[in-house]
Design a protein around this ligand. Structure first.
Ligand SMILES: Cc1ncc(COP(=O)(O)O)c(C=O)c1O
Length: 367
């Protein structure tokens, strides 16, 4: 007897377009047997992570037979001090990806609407679909979020608005004045999730213009902020991210969160990494230099790109899909953007000088 598993599957899950991650280095090695590979596909930190974090994780490994602290007490305490909020305003997740999904699972369901921008991080749509809510995709302005149009898209059914600043995959940002105009328009019963995965890079570039959303948490209790240790902190493989919100919001999401969702190594690594702000500064300097290196090259070649405030740059190519395949053969992994409806675009993460050079050489050879 053949079983129709699809008919057994939750109808919301049937409709999900699976997330397509960047190609792992080991996969390309297996496929093509290459020795020189530069992965510029997942916006990781080319510097690695803080050596202090590595040491803390090595120490934590010695006690790995024990379950982790399910409340991540020490780390939440340290983050509360760092962000100047109370520790009961912080919830941690297995990457900020989990946090983004937990928000939808806690607050939205069938009949609710979730708003996000046309070119927005894929997880917003997946989280919406998984809870059977209706995605409302608001056309982008250029490639950036159109916050005015997003506010106008709010209806009585709107539960959540997901906004990334800077945005992935476009690298665009909105500034303090645009944010101020937007947040006053949002009814208090609509949750505004501001995903600040790339904040460290944008803040360094925009200085005082980068919106201080955290400061608005008390005046606008419907604000939820997500942060991650995967980007500037260089701990993507560890899977740890955070939510900062009102304690009542955190308390509700705690009911949905799996008790040990943040493992012991992640807690130890993140706690140590937080102490090493010199590493973050170093990562930003390297990113600025790498961004300049890639921008100079693209300008020289006359290749259009979207100005980015993150650790990646999205550029337009004639045959993006074919070029992606050819770059893979040269050992360079970038990220095609067809899944976002940007068929002519490739997103290139900023790597080390040598990795960027590898991309430049490969493209020069191919183009
Ligand atoms: C805008 C944005 N938000 C969230 C994430 C998720 O990061 P993580 O789950 O590693 O914290 C990413 C990852 O690429 C991202 O680009």
């Amino acid at each position: 007897m053949t079983i129709n598993f699809k008919s057994l599957c939750n109808e919301y899950v049937q409709g999900v377009n699976p997330y397509i991650p960047g190609k792992p280095i080991s996969e390309l090695q297996r496929e093509l047997g290459l020795t020189r590979i530069s992965k510029l596909a997942s916006n990781e930190n080319p510097l690695g992570c803080s050596p202090i974090a590595v040491e803390a994780m090595q120490k934590a490994a010695l006690d790995i037979a024990r379950y982790p602290d399910g409340n991540s007490y020490q780390l939440r305490d340290a983050l509360a001090e760092f962000w100047k909020v109370r520790s009961n305003q912080i919830l941690l997740g297995n990457g900020s990806n989990e946090v983004l999904e937990l928000i939808a699972r806690t607050f939205a369901g069938s009949g609710d609407e979730i708003i996000f921008s046309q070119y927005a991080f894929a997880v917003y749509e997946i989280s919406t679909q998984l809870v059977g809510a209706t995605p409302i995709k608001v056309p982008a302005k250029g490639f950036a979020h159109d916050l005015e149009a997003m506010a106008s898209a709010i209806t009585d059914n709107t539960k959540i608005i997901y906004i990334a600043n800077p945005n992935n995959p476009t690298g665009t940002v909105f500034d303090q004045s645009v944010w101020n105009e937007f947040i006053v328009k949002v009814p208090k019963n609509v949750l505004v999730v501001v995903d600040e995965a790339y904040i460290e890079y944008a803040q360094a570039k925009m200085v005082n213009d980068y919106p201080d959303v955290m400061q608005d948490l008390e005046s606008y209790p419907n604000i939820l902020i997500t942060r991650t240790f995967s980007k500037a902190y260089g701990l993507a493989g560890l899977r740890i991210g955070a939510l900062i919100a009102q304690s009542e919001v955190i308390d509700l999401i705690q009911r949905v969160r799996e008790p040990f969702n943040v493992n012991a190594m992640a807690q130890a690594g993140a706690l140590a990494a937080l102490q090493d702000q010199a590493f973050i500064k170093q990562s930003i300097v390297l990113n600025n230099q790498g961004m300049q290196q890639i921008e100079d090259f693209l300008n020289e070649k006359g290749i259009n790109f979207i100005e980015s405030y993150g650790n990646f740059i999205t550029a337009r190519f004639k045959n993006a899909s074919q070029l992606n395949q050819e770059l893979l053969k040269e050992g360079v992994i970038v990220r095609p953007q067809a899944g976002y409806g940007m068929t002519d675009y490739l997103r290139i993460s900023i790597g080390s000088e040598t990795e960027n050079q590898h991309f430049i050489e490969a493209l020069t050879k191919l183009a």
